[in-house]
Design a protein around this ligand. Structure first.
Ligand code: SAM
Length: 339
């Protein structure tokens, strides 16, 4: 069976010509429906801190970007958002932040415990690389899922873009999370400068090899305050590739949760995420970060919804899901893979 999921097959699909794109997208959509159904799960994201000690070359909140005003939300503020989310039928809270090792790990653990004690929400954390012991501690606090992109499967490109971590360390983190029984998500950026379509095929194969529960991918968007500010997306002149990547990802990973990531809306305002939902994805992640912090969590320019309130973001997510004849998921929407 695995003989089918080869690099050659991925490349053939990624090289689909314009005239056959609808067929490719329809195949991905069929597989999504067969394995994941028509429900779109809503996972509310809270960008609770933009403090970061890393200097990833592409990222708008990298440590040395002094144009960013740094913030960290208080535990009570996050908890009250979690309670509001529960009332508005969002069943998972995704807590995302920059990466600061050590200092806040216990505080994050306490936060997970309180959310689990005081709400019925599933908790996903996305705060970067940590040692096994920290992941184990967070799992014991009640963490359900963890999201950590490998960003690119090309080791050389990875080391060029990440002065603070290695590819092997990132993969080890993912393996540790899986061994702890945490539902594990990873993914990559599409079109990093220097990548080729071969890299893209290998990224998709690596997602499959890692046997993930969730896979999030999105276009790389150059941020002017970063060393890659003057670079272009590798598929700048062939943006179909962004959608082809999602469709092939679904074909290679039929039973994974795949979010329609926000970066698609930055490239295709108002419609990007809808199209992704129709080409393989089954998760929508409305932003629940309070408006006053949103301007300071700009990973890339053109991020949508910066001037919306959390209520408006949720409302728009629901309307979009219903407008493409899908339903809003009920229940936590855990992994459908056996743990
Ligand atoms: N610090 C955590 C980590 O590194 O996993 C979570 C936050 S990090 C900012 C979230 C994701 O943003 C990264 O995994 C990366 O793929 C994405 N990202 C950062 N800068 C980006 C850019 N310029 N274009 C597209 N995505 C970007």
């Amino acid at each position: 069976m695995d003989n089918l999921y080869t690099k050659d097959y991925a490349l053939t699909l990624l090289n689909t010509k314009k005239g056959a794109l609808n067929e490719l997208y329809a195949k991905a959509d069929r597989i999504r429906k067969q394995y994941m159904g028509d429900e779109v799960f809503i996972r509310g994201i809270v960008e609770f801190s933009n403090i970061c000690s890393n200097n990833c070359l592409y990222c708008g909140i990298r440590a040395s970007n002094s144009n960013v005003k740094r913030y960290k939300m208080k535990m009570d503020e996050i908890l009250s958002i979690a309670k509001k989310m529960e009332k508005s039928h969002q069943t998972t809270i995704v807590l995302q932040s920059g990466e600061i090792k050590g200092t806040y790990d216990e505080e994050i653990g306490e936060l997970i415990k309180r959310i689990k004690r005081e709400t019925s929400l599933a908790v996903t954390l996305s705060v970067g690389n940590r040692p096994y012991e920290t992941y184990k501690y967070w799992k014991e606090c009640g963490m359900d899922r963890y999201f950590l992109r490998f960003e690119t499967s090309n080791r050389e490109l990875f080391s060029r873009l990440h002065p603070d971590s290695s590819f092997d360390e990132r993969i080890e983190c993912l393996m540790n999370l899986k061994s702890l029984g945490v539902q594990t998500g990873s993914g990559f950026m599409i079109g990093l400068p220097g990548e080729t379509i071969e890299t893209l095929a290998e990224n998709i194969l690596l997602c499959r090899a890692l046997d993930l529960d969730m896979i999030g991918i999105g276009p790389f968007i150059p941020h002017p305050d970063t060393p890659l500010g003057n670079e272009k997306n590798a598929y700048e002149d062939d943006k179909d590739m962004f959608f082809k990547a999602v469709a092939v990802l679904r074909i290679f990973n039929p039973d994974c949760h795949i979010p329609a990531t926000t970066a698609f809306d930055a490239v295709f305002p108002g419609n990007g995420r809808n199209l992704v939902l129709q080409r393989g994805a089954n998760i929508f992640m409305p932003n629940n970060t309070p408006k006053k912090y949103r301007e300071e969590y700009l990973l890339y320019p053109g991020k949508p919804g910066v001037d919306e309130t959390p209520e408006e973001s949720l409302d728009s997510a629901i309307k979009r899901i219903l407008s493409i004849n899908r339903t809003v998921g009920t229940g936590p929407g855990h992994s459908i893979k056996k743990h």
